[in-house]
Design a protein around this ligand. Structure first.
Ligand SMILES: [Zn+2]
Length: 478
């Protein structure tokens, strides 16, 4: 019988930094522009040009380092990584080899498990090859867009401590949330501003030595990371079971066929002939600058989640959802403060607001509903100005078109009716119309009353004071 095997995953995550300009020139760093419109002699690698370090990119990387508890090096340098590929006009990439900007650090998963980081370094992105159909010539053509060449990129390298595809996904989600919070990247996997390569190996459970690893590339969504890792792990298990040797290689992920395939045997680091870039001075950061960057960090998602639970008394699940983006978390706090009722603020945002947003294809940041308006709506329900049911209608209007809840209630005649004489008429009408339910209730079926109450509410367009409705019904039905 063979021993049980455990999975060992290490991730290399590339995050494009959302600076205004590129890493070493003044070209705009913008996704989606017409091909080759954001290029200049520097990022096109023309002879005789000189790169200049983008200070904002250094700041962003250091902030990411602080947020992930890394050690930020006051002194580091840039190196040339030499290789030849059409999407890289200089035939080398400016990166950091033996003196990265940060070392150590960790990513704490929701389970509490900490994945240690090896390093984060700063480099420049490559251009993009676009494999086009034959519209240029009769044969297929590959076009190159250099807009992305030279965009600042940070590479976050984990230690091989991730134990499953599920943990890998959690790791990526935590990284994404942190980057969004500190505002250094928009981390959109589908636009390529967050990219991930994975090293995968398996070994007998409880052993220390790492097995032969493969590197997986081409995963472009959280879902495909999980699927690719699951496939690769079962492939390696099958290799071991059949006595086959696992080969150290780079494998691609084929989304359509749902499998990994061999791309090339792994280059060794020395193949890149790294050497210090003679055009760039070493990077020296003084303590005051580092301290000021550190002081600008906002409260991070994990801390905020804990605070929401203790300060507002909302459930862990709600706190997780509400803190996923900084915008949503700020929004919740503004509604909590406007309404004076954090629990209701959370309930509305998790429930009816979310439903309306989905129905209208919006998010909190694209909807016109202000936190003040939602806060007022919650106060109106609590104060008895409208029923919970009518409030759902107002909420939907607010989400879709914005506005003032009081004005919407007035326009639509949704104010709560507590006046007995108005409600009596409806109650009597419903009792007459629902003879069957009335008989069922009188025959001992308590639930029939809920149905009758519901009919009265519907008849009143959700405006009747439900307590008055219940009392009147009880009086009449005994
Ligand atoms: Zn440029």
């Amino acid at each position: 019988m063979s021993a049980a095997l455990e999975t060992v995953i290490g991730l290399e995550v590339h995050v494009e930094l959302s600076t205004k300009s590129k890493m070493f020139c003044g070209c705009l760093n913008e996704f989606g522009a017409d091909p080759n419109t954001h290029v200049c002699p520097v990022c096109l690698g023309m002879p005789g040009t000189l790169p200049v370090i983008n200070k904002r990119a250094v700041e962003f990387l250091c902030k990411a380092g602080f947020a992930l508890e890394c050690t930020v090096a006051p002194f580091s340098k840039f190196d040339r990584k030499n290789y030849f590929y059409p999407d890289m006009p200089k035939n080398y990439q400016i990166s950091q080899y033996d003196m990265p900007l940060t070392t150590g650090g960790r990513v704490v998963l929701p389970s509490g498990k900490a994945i240690r980081l090896n390093r984060i370094h700063l480099e420049e992105d490559t251009g993009k090859n676009v494999h086009a159909g034959g519209h240029m010539t009769t044969s297929e053509a590959t076009l190159i867009d250099y807009n992305r060449a030279g965009v600042p990129l940070m590479e976050i390298v984990s230690e091989p401590e991730i134990g499953s595809p599920d943990e890998a996904e959690q790791y990526l989600m935590v990284l994404r949330d942190v980057m969004l919070y500190i505002g250094v990247s928009d981390v959109k996997m589908h636009e390529g501003s967050l990219r991930c390569d994975a090293n995968v190996s398996i070994r007998p459970l409880g052993t220390k030595e790492l097995g032969t690893k493969t590197e997986i590339k081409n995963m472009n969504s959280f879902k495909s990371v999980v699927a690719a890792l699951e496939h690769e792990i079962s492939r390696q298990h099958a290799c071991v079971a059949s006595g086959e040797r696992i080969v150290q290689e780079t494998r691609g992920w084929d989304e359509v066929r749902g499998l990994t395939y061999s791309m090339r045997s792994k280059e060794q680091a020395h193949d890149y002939r790294y050497f210090p870039d003679p055009d760039l001075p070493p990077l020296s950061l003084d303590e005051a600058t580092l301290a000021s960057w550190r002081s600008e960090l906002p409260e991070l998602p994990a801390q905020r989640r804990e605070r929401f639970i203790t300060q507002y008394g909302i459930p862990q699940y709600d706190a997780n959802v509400l803190t996923q983006s900084r915008f949503d978390a700020d929004y919740f706090e503004a509604v909590a403060s406007a309404s004076g009722d954090p629990k209701q603020a959370s309930n509305w945002l998790m429930g009816d607001v979310r439903k309306s947003l989905e129905a209208h294809g919006l998010t909190l940041s694209t909807s016109k509903m202000t936190p003040a308006a939602l806060g007022e709506l919650i106060s109106m329900v609590k104060g008895g100005a409208i029923t919970g049911r009518a409030a759902k209608e107002v909420c939907d209007v607010l989400v879709a078109a914005g506005g003032d809840p009081k004005a919407i209630v007035e326009q639509r005649g949704l104010a709560q009716v507590s006046d007995e004489s108005a409600i009596v008429a409806i109650v009597d009408k419903v009792i007459a119309a629902q003879a069957e339910s009335v008989a069922a209730y009188k025959g001992g079926k308590a639930k029939a009353l809920d149905f009758i109450v519901g009919q009265v509410m519907r008849e009143s367009r959700g405006r009747a004071n439900v307590d008055v409705v219940k009392r009147l019904l009880m009086e009449r039905l005994g």
